[in-house]
Write a protein that binds this ligand. Structure first.
Ligand code: SAM
Ligand code: SF4
Length: 348
């Protein structure tokens, strides 16, 4: 559904529940070199390239968003590294006044070639998704080969200078239990921060069920029984969705993102821009605000400086998107409705 009502101007992006929005997740493509079962269909029709925002259009949106209080950016997809010269976009976003941090979530397959240019462009943080260290399980989940390339990518990222690399692992009952301890061992050894994410109803195949959700609490029990004692870490950023724990023996930290069993909507500070130029106020939003149309409208017909007319429209859409944000996603409630688009089409 495309929204049409626009709210009054506001100096910052505060929603009806007092949540201030400072983080924008930008999907740069819906394409990907894997086909993870929890995200994409096996056979997929991608958006035509001319429907994706150009780097210039993305940078323009970010300039307007920064003027409204957006401070942190995360590039995602689809797989952001399949879009050519993504380091050029990173460099441009890093230079925008007000933007303090540009990060990326990637599956790591193309990181070996791209880690150094991304670091040089000013990318501050990397999240690399990795669910298993066994090739056969990796392939069962991702429906493509690639484990060796992800591991090479991680090594390249370390060599390029990235610190605080995070590993994202989705937890699915009956599928990932045996991957938890080996992933923890790798992360403790290499100094990666491991984060377990509960399986959300955003798979393209519509196969999600509550029974498949392996909760963060259950993952913690497996880790405590097989690796060692975990103690809750002091929370430094209330808007951070992960709840962090420290290994009592000093071996680093583990985070848990539990959107299904412990929703964190009350602290959410995130907005999203899809690769085809739609603002969303939640992963589970059923409404989108069409910024691509605004970007591609000729503002000069309105008799004013065409650039400022378009920028005003972008700001108006962003405020409308924020104003319409619901209190919570409602997974598990009778009112919950799955969004029409799957994770790879939204940007995780
Ligand atoms: N392709 C990149 C990657 O895999 O890191 C970036 C996009 S991916 C959609 C972003 C994150 O969403 C990944 O960490 C992935 O594991 C996670 N993800 C995808 N589908 C999910 C789902 N249904 N539930 C929970 N996490 C999911
Ligand atoms: Fe691709 Fe990432 Fe989705 Fe896997 S989770 S299919 S790597 S976009």
């Amino acid at each position: 559904m495309i929204a049409t009502t626009l709210p009054d101007a506001s100096p910052s992006l505060v929603d009806g529940f007092g949540r201030v929005h400072t983080d924008l997740r930008i999907s740069v493509t819906d394409r990907c070199n894997l086909r993870c079962t929890y995200c994409m269909p096996l056979e997929v029709a991608f958006k035509p390239r001319d429907e994706l925002l150009t780097y210039e259009e993305i940078a323009r949106v970010v300039r307007v968003a920064a003027g409204l209080g957006i401070r942190t950016i995360r590039l995602t997809g689809g797989e952001p590294l399949v879009r050519s010269r993504i380091d050029v976009l990173v460099r441009e976003l890093v230079a925008i006044p007000g933007i303090e941090d540009v990060a990326m979530t990637t599956n790591g397959l193309l990181l070996a070639e791209q880690a150094a240019p991304l670091y040089a462009a000013g990318l501050s943080r990397l999240n690399v998704s990795l669910d298993s260290l066994r090739e056969e399980v990796f392939e069962k989940i991702a429906r493509r080969k690639g484990l060796d390339r992800v591991l090479a990518g991680l090594a390249a990222a370390q060599a390029a200078g990235f610190r605080s690399i995070r590993i994202n692992a989705v937890s699915i009952r009956g599928l990932t239990e045996d991957e938890i301890v080996p992933l923890a061992a790798l992360c403790r050894r290499e100094g990666f921060h491991l984060r377990f994410i509960e399986f959300m109803p955003l798979d393209a195949d519509g196969a999600w069920s509550n029974e498949q959700v392996l909760s963060g609490c259950e993952v913690r029990e497996i880790l405590a029984a097989s690796v060692g004692l975990l103690v809750p870490a002091v929370r430094s950023d209330a808007a951070q969705p992960a709840v962090d724990y420290l290994w009592a023996d000093g071996g680093g930290s583990v985070g848990f993102i539990d959107p299904v069993t412990s929703p964190f909507c009350g602290q959410c500070d995130r907005l999203r821009l899809t690769a085809d130029g739609q603002f969303r106020n939640c992963l589970f939003s059923t409404t989108e605000w069409d910024v691509r149309q605004a970007l591609r409208t000729d503002g000069s017909s309105m008799g004013r400086d065409s650039g400022s007319v378009v920028d005003e429209q972008i700001a108006c859409l962003l405020r409308a998107c924020v104003a319409a944000k619901r209190a919570a996603h409602g997974i598990g409630t009778p009112e919950f409705a799955r969004p029409a688009r799957a994770m790879y089409q939204i940007g995780g």
